[in-house]
Write a protein that binds this ligand. Structure first.
Ligand code: AMP
Ligand code: ZN
Ligand code: FE
Ligand code: FE
Length: 279
């Protein structure tokens, strides 16, 4: 049996593992196929690809793009992306610049609230181009302002707290189009976490290819509900752990082992899409 995990992050976004560490952990977990889905970047894919080749693991180049529809935040997974596609890279660079500005705004808000955290401290700790709130949380812990990442979110970073700054989000239909333009499949990530079932018809209308029905934080009820939905609308089903490394205790890699038939189905869908584009 071959198994896949199609959702994971490295230190190219807010995961704690390097691509090499993650690939080794995946091998130890008995995974045959991985997709690297760092937030708003594909920069880790090349190193991840090299690390996976060494270990005989198949890598699908991907990204988790922050988007929105009808005021709801939707994480869109783009699978099988051409990571050299210029329009994709241009857009990702723009998202990254906005993320960096957001860190500066969060640091300024913290300073106004009497917490002397420098944006540079966060950038240094993050060491990546797509920094986010988890990096600010780690910096707050490191500098002794809070005891844990959870406390950093609860006290300062979650919506409604002093250092919460909204994040730029591309429109979901535009993001789906961009993923298709870069040769990929567009999949809605973890709908069970966002409680946004009502936007799914709009997403399908915009060309959505699939739903991440299987996710480490989905209940059995979620999985069943979304699988039924996917089947009804002819969408592919994907799944992954959403491993962020050691961010929240035990690494999640290995917690989701998708039979390889799911990957086959994605490849079929991709071939159908590419045939349609070529025709
Ligand atoms: P951002 O994209 O910068 O808004 O950060 C969102 C990320 O923060 C998510 O991907 C989660 O991994 C993480 N996160 C959100 N809420 C919490 C929380 N309460 N505790 C720890 N991490 C969180
Ligand atoms: Zn994340
Ligand atoms: Fe997500
Ligand atoms: Fe994720």
């Amino acid at each position: 049996m071959k198994f896949a995990d199609l959702h994971m992050h490295t230190n190219f976004s807010d995961g704690t593992f390097t691509p090499e560490e993650l690939a080794e952990r995946a091998r130890d977990a008995g995974l045959h196929t991985l997709a690297l889905t760092d937030h708003d970047t594909v920069e880790g894919c090349e190193r991840m690809g090299a690390a996976c080749r060494q270990l005989g693991i198949e890598l699908i180049n991907a990204s988790e793009v922050t988007s929105e529809i009808d005021g709801h935040e939707i994480h869109l997974l783009g699978y099988f992306l051409d990571i050299h596609n210029s329009r994709l890279l241009e857009n990702l660079r723009r998202f990254q610049a906005v993320r960096q500005n957001r860190i500066r705004e969060m640091a300024a808000a913290l300073q106004r609230a009497g917490i002397p955290l420098a944006a540079e401290t966060v950038f240094e700790l993050a060491g990546c181009k797509a920094p986010g709130r988890p990096h600010v949380a780690r910096a707050l812990v490191m500098e002794g302002h809070v005891k844990s990442l959870g406390a950093a979110f609860d006290k300062y970073l979650k919506q409604g707290r002093v250092a919460w700054v909204p994040k730029f989000r591309i429109g979901a239909p535009e993001a789906i189009e961009l993923i298709h333009h870069a040769g990929g499949l567009a999949v809605m990530a973890h709908p069970g976490l966002n409680k946004t079932d009502k936007v799914i018809p709009m997403m399908i209308e915009a060309g959505l290819d699939g739903i991440e029905c299987i996710h480490s934080r989905h209940s059995y009820n979620d999985i069943e509900r979304y699988e039924t939905l996917a089947e009804r609308h002819g969408l592919v089903v994907t799944g992954g752990s959403d491993c962020h490394g050691l961010n929240r205790g035990k690494p999640l890699i290995g917690s989701i082992k998708l039979p390889y038939s799911y990957v086959d189905r994605m490849k079929e869908r991709l071939a159908e899409r590419r045939e349609r584009v070529a025709a």
